[in-house]
Design a protein around this ligand. Structure first.
Ligand code: GRF
Length: 195
């Protein structure tokens, strides 16, 4: 299976996925794409020998369809079977999602369906939750809402700042996402829900 990974920033999840695919694995990374030419993950992808490209969303000034047409053109060159959104911070239109539905995954830093959207760690702290975590799901037109393919949980500790919690969750993201992609790429859609 050919996997394209979409990022917006550091790409730590992309690195975790790529490292896992370097071993015996049903998939391999064929492209890393960022919506920001300055995304640090682009250089990390190239350092790992993965083709990397940027499609800057800013020139499109909110014309999402035009931006996505540019994304799609670059993706079609790479001809991926699976798309992994990994720290990708742009909302995708229904049209784009429809083209990839069933073959597009995303990782979100909360225990969905709790805390869709942004600032998930601060919201979990504000709610006084005893636990938090991350979710890998199939992407559907609704934001952070598709079938859950995996979840991992972390404790919320006394005195946690949002940054402390984000760091604890990120460690689990780097374990969960590769495990889910490995299973998904082998055709198994059973969710991975750690105890
Ligand atoms: C992190 O906040 C992570 O929780 C979320 O996207 C952000 C950046 O991730 N999935 P990455 O380091 O670019 O993969």
């Amino acid at each position: 299976k050919r996997v394209a990974i979409l990022i917006s920033g550091g790409g730590s999840n992309m690195v975790a996925l790529a490292r896992d695919m370097a071993g015996d694995h049903p998939a391999r990374p064929v492209l890393v794409m960022a919506n920001d030419p300055a995304a640090a993950g682009l250089a990390r992808a190239r350092d790992m020998g993965i083709d990397a490209a940027a499609v800057d969303h800013r020139p499109f000034r909110g014309d999402r369809a035009a931006f996505e047409a540019a994304l799609m053109a670059r993706l079609q060159e790479a001809a991926p079977d699976i798309l992994c959104l990994a720290g990708f911070m742009r909302v995708l239109t229904e049209g784009f999602v429809a083209r990839w539905q069933g073959r597009m995954l995303n990782i979100h830093p909360s225990l969905l369906p709790k805390y869709r959207g942004l600032d998930t760690h601060a919201r979990a702290l504000a709610a006084g939750d005893a636990e938090h975590g991350c979710t890998v799901h199939e992407v559907t037109p609704a934001l952070d809402d598709g079938p859950i393919l995996g979840q991992a949980r972390v404790p919320v500790l006394p005195g946690d700042s949002p940054a402390d919690l984000a760091a604890r969750v990120l460690v689990e993201e780097h374990r969960l996402y590769p495990a889910v992609l490995r299973r998904f790429a082998s055709g198994d859609r059973r969710p991975i829900l750690t105890p």
